[in-house]
Every structure is written in structure tokens, then in C-alpha cells.
Write a protein that binds this ligand. Structure first.
Ligand code: PHE
Length: 438
């Protein structure tokens, strides 16, 4: 019984780390920007074709090496430069936190605004203006970003990560519940038809090579692939935990949450006249418009933005943890100092990112950082990691890790070939086509 409970807790932590702003904020904004239904289909193909084998591969690498990202590469190929792939993963985590912490701060601000009833009697265009004015301000978003990052760092320093698991345990069912309630509200909106057609009906003439590349990046980002977080989780997994089932849980939950958010956001956007391609404010403006109109909107709004913040926080914790573990293990810095250094540097980057949405608009740091990390670095790391696992790990290791309770895994060879050839070739081709034709 105890074994069962442990296994459940491990995948819950993993789900808490995987579900975050990637699903709730970035997914609808990317679908809206890249033409709707066609993006969704391409995204789902990447989740199945690349996401599943890579997630299982990262688990195998972590559990068989008992090490986190850089150490895992060092343990199988000591003295070889492969560990630099791990290093690039840690660098990417830090850079991603540069905008993740900022958007986490936006979620805190919207939690505050909704709880003080600040949206009352505002229509959707006024809501859009509030958002644009807020993110363009030189001080306000930086303040909320700092607050968000300080909370994240305090969790790491105060070692209350066990309590974070408890929060996740309550947060996840509540998040599901509120998403279901909001779906039901969205389904009776006047423009449900237009919203659903946009989201679900693929029109492949609207997707570009850059859109396909963005769908791949989004799949990696949402599933936390390519940043070592899955390798670290893998290293904590018990030997009796079924890696295939764990991956299925994470991928299934992550994809369902993203999908349902789309079911909510697009009907709301079409009903209230918000452009689905309006960019990173989409989830904030659509949902606050909805909360303003529906009965019980105040309570739902406060709950939703609180859950958005908590989902962002549980993810930010795992991202910062991966940077801190690397500083701690590889640079031999004490843990508290590592937390301090990482937080200060990342918050500094986040502040520059924030300014690029206002007074430093011409620098475009926000969009450049997002593009480079999610659409280039993650695929490159995923490609290298995939090849590495398929090439360096013996078939015996893959076989052993995938065999559970004596039940032989029959497809180890296929998995190995997928990781060694199929996934790297697909990733490389999509990257190349995206970069050349974009
Ligand atoms: N998957 C997370 C999200 O959807 C982002 C993330 C990426 C977290 C990589 C950890 C590692 O928000």
C-alpha cells in the first residue's frame, strides 16, 4: 500500500511541475497567433510522436544514472563534452524563468485585481487597455515579478517543498473543477460556434513553417522536455514505478488541461470581440471579461487567478530548483547562496524582459527570449538528449528500466531506434525548415 502511495505522490509532483503557464497562458496564445485548429493538430502530433518517447527517455536517463541533468550525462560518458547538453538545459531553464517569473507576477497582479473587484463594469476593450497599460508600466510588473520570484526562492530556501506537494494535491483537483465550470459557461456563450471552429477546425493554409516550429516548441515546453527537470524527477523515481504509465499520466493530464483552456478561451474571445491573435494577454483579457459578465464571476475570478498563480509557482519552483541544483553540485556553492545568485540574476533578466514590453519596446527582449528558448534551445536540447539516450544507453538498460514487476517490455528496441534516429531527424527537420522559411 505504502509503495502505491509513494508512486502516486511522485507523479503528482511531476504533474504539478508540468502543468503551469505553458498550458494555461502560452498554449491559447500560441494557438491564437498561429491560426487555430491547424496548430492544435500539429501540436497534438508532436506530443505523441516526440513528447512521449522523449519523456520516457529522460525518465530512463535519470533513473538509471541516479543523477540530475549535468550529472546524468557525466555518469554515462565521463570526460566527454556531452554534459554540455545538460549545461545548455540549465541555461535554458534560467532564461525561461526570465519571462516565466514575469508572467507569474502578472498572475499575482490579476489575482490582486480580481479580489479587489477592480474589473467591475469594465468591458473587454477596457480590460485589454488595463492589461496593456499594466505590462507597459516601468515599475508595476517588475514589482509583481520580484514578489513572485521571492516567493519561489523562499520556498526553496525554507525547505517547505514537502508542503508544496500538499498544495499541489489540493490545487490540481480545484484547477480541474474550475476549468470544467468555465467550460460549461463557455459552452453557452453566443459565439461558441465561431470559437470552436477557430480552435478545432484545421485550416492548414493558415499555418506556416514558423507555426509548425512553434507547435513543436510548445509541445516540449508544456511537457517540460529538454530542461532536465524530467531527468531529475526520473532520478527520484522508485525502481517499481512504471515509467510508461507515469509518462502517460503526465502527458494525458497536461494535454487535457491545455485543450480545455482552448475550449474556454476561444468562445469567450469571439463573444467579447477580443482578437484571438492578440498575444500574451489573451488569457488575462478573455477570462477577466468573462468573469465580469457571468453570475458568480467574482468568486470564480479570484479562484481562477489564484490557481493560475499557484500553477505558475509550482512550476517555477522546479525550474529554479534545477538551476540551483546545478550551481550547488557543479560549482560547489552552498545551497542558499546558489538560490540567492540564481534568483537575483533571473529577476534582473525578468526586469529587462518586462521593460521590453513598455519603455524599451524596440529591444523586443520578451519575444526574442521566448523564441530563442522555446523554439530553438528546447528542440536542440531535445534532439541531442534523444540521440544520446538512443545511442549511449545500452538496450539492456532501457529494457530493465521499462520492465515492471517482471512484465517484460517488448518494445525496447523500437523505443531505442525512435530516440536514436526518428525523433532527432524529425526535430532537426522541423527546426531547419522553420529557421530557413521563417
Ligand atoms: N511545463 C511547464 C509549463 O507548462 C514549463 C516547464 C518547462 C517547467 C520545463 C519545467 C521545465 O508551464
Amino acid at each position: 500500500m505504502k509503495g502505491k502511495k509513494d508512486v502516486y505522490t511522485a507523479s503528482l509532483g511531476l504533474i504539478g511541475s508540468a502543468i503551469g503557464l505553458g498550458n494555461l497562458w502560452r498554449f491559447p496564445y500560441m494557438v491564437g497567433k498561429n491560426g487555430g485548429g491547424a496548430f492544435l493538430i500539429v501540436y497534438l502530433c508532436f506530443v505523441v510522436l516526440l513528447g512521449a518517447p522523449l519523456m520516457i527517455g529522460e525518465f530512463i536517463l535519470g533513473r538509471s544514472s541516479h543523477a540530475s541533468i549535468v550529472g546524468a550525462f557525466k555518469s554515462f560518458t565521463p570526460g566527454k563534452p556531452w554534459y554540455l547538453t545538460g549545461g545548455l538545459g540549465v541555461l535554458t531553464s534560467s532564461l525561461i524563468l526570465g519571462f516565466y517569473g514575469l508572467v507569474g507576477g502578472w498572475s499575482l497582479k490579476f489575482f490582486y485585481l480580481s479580489s479587489t473587484n477592480a474589473f467591475i463594469n469594465k468591458n473587454s476593450s477596457e480590460m485589454g487597455e488595463i492589461f496593456i497599460k499594466f505590462i507597459a508600466s516601468p515599475v508595476d510588473p517588475i514589482f509583481w515579478q520580484i514578489l513572485f520570484m521571492v516567493i519561489t526562492a523562499l520556498v526553496l530556501i525554507s525547505k517547505i517543498e514537502g508542503s508544496v506537494e500538499k498544495i499541489t494535491k489540493i490545487m490540481m483537483p480545484m484547477l480541474f473543477l474550475i476549468i470544467i465550470v468555465l467550460c460549461m459557461k463557455a459552452l453557452v456563450l453566443p459565439e461558441i460556434g465561431k470559437g470552436m471552429v477557430f480552435f478545432l477546425k484545421p485550416d492548414f493554409s493558415r499555418i506556416t513553417a514558423g507555426g509548425i516550429q512553434a507547435a513543436m516548441g510548445q509541445a516540449f515546453f508544456s511537457l517540460s522536455i529538454g530542461m532536465g527537470v524530467l531527468i531529475t524527477y526520473g532520478s527520484f523515481m522508485k525502481s517499481d514505478e512504471n515509467l510508461f504509465i507515469s509518462a502517460l499520466h503526465v502527458i494525458g493530464t497536461d494535454t487535457i488541461v491545455a485543450f480545455l483552456i482552448g475550449v474556454i478561451v476561444f468562445p469567450v474571445a469571439f463573444t467579447y470581440g477580443i482578437d484571438p491573435g492578440s498575444g500574451p494577454g489573451l488569457i488575462f483579457t478573455t477570462l477577466s471579461s468573462l468573469f465580469n459578465e457571468i453570475p458568480g464571476g467574482y468568486g470564480l475570478g479570484v479562484m481562477f487567478f489564484l490557481l493560475l498563480f499557484l500553477a505558475a509557482l509550482t512550476t517555477a519552483i522546479s525550474l529554479l530548483e534545477s538551476v540551483v541544483t546545478c550551481l550547488n553540485n557543479q560549482c560547489k556553492l552552498p545551497r542558499d547562496i546558489s538560490v540567492l545568485i540564481a534568483t537575483v540574476l533571473i529577476t534582473g533578466l525578468g526586469s529587462l524582459t518586462s521593460l521590453s514590453l513598455g519603455v524599451w519596446r524596440e529591444t523586443n527582449i520578451f519575444y526574442i527570449l521566448d523564441y530563442i528558448t522555446v523554439d530553438i534551445f528546447l528542440p536542440v536540447i531535445a534532439m541531442l538528449t534523444s540521440f544520446y539516450i538512443g545511442h549511449v544507453l545500452e538496450l539492456k538498460v532501457i529494457q530493465e528500466e521499462m520492465t515492471n514487476n517482471g512484465v517484460q517490455f517488448k518494445h525496447a528496441k523500437i523505443l531505442q531506434q525512435m530516440l536514436k534516429f526518428v525523433c532527432p531527424v524529425i526535430i532537426g527537420a522541423v527546426l531547419l525548415i522553420g529557421l530557413v522559411l521563417n
